[in-house]
Design a protein around this ligand. Structure first.
Ligand code: TXA
Ligand code: MG
Length: 312
């Protein structure tokens, strides 16, 4: 069912789960005060309970009480990137953030989303947990319809149109005296470098530090094959770019123009969700592009979406 942001606020305050838009992807929102609702989020998504949720606040001040004994200069990042698609891992005040939301970790992931309706809701409800509003393993939802496709009438959803960024938030953690990336996302390493003075490195063993990274992800059911020579591939379906020709493909799904990386990021999950409609044995992805800026995140998501067929 489609609901207004005001109705969503009421539902969340009553301990219900609501699909809400953010600037990255749609999230399944529940109040951090309602343990049963948080529980239901895990079962609805089919999400393992060792995989913690991100807590979203309306502003930095409302998230501060959830933090304890934090030594890092997280405020510098928060002030530069919030509201916006940066998730910062800090030490949790375990009285305020339940062990369930934390997936058993002593830390909590925090962010302030840059989306009008999301902020209107959270300003009324107080902090919420909001994992991406997809069934575990599926591409994240960038439109309301994607949420309905995965959950049908099991959740109410606020329609916020197409998400601006289309890729999840970047997750960063202060470890061994420097900021490290646990998940690439909508904020590029280059943007973080401008604030930190150095480029944060991608943590090697993200599977341990960021449990979500060890699970199958972002994938259509159709196997995806990444190819650096997609233009010469003979295939039923290619995922490619406008301005390029694929003379041997029966059908082409366009991600966008490589000169406009933000457009490609915005379209990625929508295109991955379309692949299965064509019922082909496999699809080829044009992987002939330089993975810099936001395209580094796009490349990483495509790699995960394709690897999943040999990886689980
Ligand atoms: O853009 C986003 O971040 C979206 C929107 C809705 O805000 N949310 C999102 O949530 O992507 P989710 O649950 O799909 O992904 C959160 C990731 C998971 O990989 C999880 O393992 C990691 O964040 N995470 C959460 N809390 C953590 C913690 N305390 N330590 C390490 N990783 C954590
Ligand atoms: Mg997710």
């Amino acid at each position: 069912m489609i609901v207004s942001w005001e109705q969503a606020t009421d539902l969340i305050q009553q301990g219900k789960i609501v699909g809400i838009p953010t600037e990255t992807v749609y999230g399944l929102a529940a109040s951090i005060q309602h343990e049963a609702a948080i529980h239901e989020i895990f079962s609805l998504k089919g999400r393992p309970t060792d995989n913690p949720l991100i807590v979203h606040g309306a502003d930095l001040e409302s998230l501060e009480p959830l933090i304890e004994n934090e030594q890092s200069d997280w405020r510098k990042l928060a002030k530069n990137f919030w509201p916006g698609p940066l998730t910062i891992i800090v030490h949790a005040n375990i009285e305020k953030v339940s062990v369930l939301a934390r997936g058993g970790h002593p830390t909590v992931a925090l962010r302030v989303p840059a989306h009008k309706q999301a902020l209107q809701i959270i300003a009324q409800t107080g902090p919420i947990v909001a994992p991406s509003a997809n069934l575990s393993g599926r591409p994240s939802p960038t439109q309301m319809q994607h949420v309905l496709d995965d959950f049908g009438d099991k959740v109410s959803v606020v329609d916020g149109g197409h998400c601006d960024h289309g890729l999840e938030s970047t997750i960063i953690h202060y470890l061994d005296s420097s900021w490290q990336i646990l998940r690439r996302g909508s904020i590029s390493l280059e943007q973080l470098e401008q604030v930190l003075g150095y480029k944060p490195i991608q943590l090697n063993n993200t599977a341990i530090a960021c449990p979500g990274q060890k699970y199958r992800h972002y994938a259509p059911t159709t196997p995806l094959i990444l190819s650096a020579r997609a233009s010469s591939e003979q295939t039923a379906l290619i995922i490619g770019f406008s301005g390029r020709v694929y003379p041997h493909a029966q059908r082409v799904l366009i991600l966008g123009d490589l000169r406009s990386p933000e457009e490609i990021a915005r379209n990625l999950y929508q295109v991955l969700r379309q692949v299965d409609h064509y019922k082909v044995l496999s699809a080829i992805v044009d992987f002939a592009f330089e993975p810099v800026g936001i395209l580094a995140t796009v490349a990483e998501r495509l790699q995960r979406a394709s690897l999943s067929f040999t990886d689980h």
